[in-house]
Design a protein. Structure first.
Length: 280
């Protein structure tokens, strides 16, 4: 039984779906509505919707990336044969359809964001992912808009802007680094990503610049008094050392294996950043 369920869990990237699920919760916790029981119910529903959209996006991405994944990541669910294309398509329809229907129970603003995100992420998988920068920006938009949608769900948008900005800047560097990791398969598959068109060195320069901008942006909420000393302590002792280490190490070794490991470190850094905001 478990071997039948495992592909359905693996293909949705559970860690990514978890981050999407927690995004509205984080906004609620740091907002003025954290004592409101109704708001918690809305946040829970918003988290489920966000996780379903994220999960569906990962499924459709693997459907359209099948040929490239056979080169870059043959262990992935569809490329390895653990799930058929037909089953993946049905799973995608279920996930995205459920997200759209559930979003109507929140409010019309969130419903509009969900519909737009589903359509944009589909277009991303079909076309934008194989273009320089635009594909990266699409993923950044989706990961950051989760926080804004969470704020809109219970009228606490003012608390969502910084988490959204942090996520957007952080994800941009990470997405471009993922393109560096996938450069060989993308080149064979005809994907015109930034590393394919302009090379690894130019890509690493942009990743470095994005992390510098991120570091400046992380100082801003503490400087303005929006977040306090615990935020600053976690950022300085946990998040910044990881970002600096990844930045230096990516210049020393650009092999696919090394970049993949650095991207795993960046996933950890993402959680540390959200933890800092939670304690802000």
């Amino acid at each position: 039984m478990m071997h039948r369920i495992t592909p359905y869990l693996t293909i949705i990237r559970p860690l990514n779906a978890l981050i999407s699920f927690l995004s509205p919760m984080l906004i609620l916790v740091i907002s003025d509505a954290s004592e409101d029981e109704v708001a918690w119910g809305i946040a829970l529903l918003s988290g489920i919707v966000a996780a379903f959209v994220c999960a569906g996006a990962n499924v459709i991405n693997d459907i359209f990336d099948l040929e490239i994944d056979r080169i870059n990541k043959p262990h992935r669910v569809i490329a390895s044969g653990a799930m058929s294309l037909m089953a993946a398509r049905r799973y995608y329809v279920f996930l995205t359809g459920s997200a759209v229907i559930l979003s109507t129970w929140i409010n019309w603003a969130v419903f509009g964001i969900v519909v737009f995100s589903v359509l944009l992420l589909y277009y991303y998988s079909v076309y934008l992912k194989r273009t320089p920068i635009w594909g990266n920006l699409t993923v950044c938009f989706f990961t950051s808009v989760n926080f804004l949608a969470g704020g809109m769900a219970f009228d606490q948008t003012e608390h969502a802007w910084y988490p959204a900005l942090f996520t957007f800047l952080f994800q941009f560097g990470r997405e471009l680094l993922k393109d560096v990791e996938d450069i060989e398969g993308d080149r064979v598959g005809g994907a015109n990503t930034f590393p394919v068109l302009y090379g690894v060195r130019a890509s690493l320069l942009i990743v470095t610049l994005s992390f510098i901008i991120l570091s400046i942006a992380m100082y801003w909420p503490y400087h303005t008094g929006f977040y306090g000393k615990w935020y600053a302590l976690i950022v300085l002792s946990g998040l910044m050392p990881l970002i600096v280490a990844v930045t230096f190490m990516m210049w020393r070794d650009t092999s696919a294996l090394k970049i993949r490991r650095l991207n795993q470190l960046l996933k950890l850094a993402m959680f540390i950043g959200l933890f800092a905001i939670y304690n802000g």
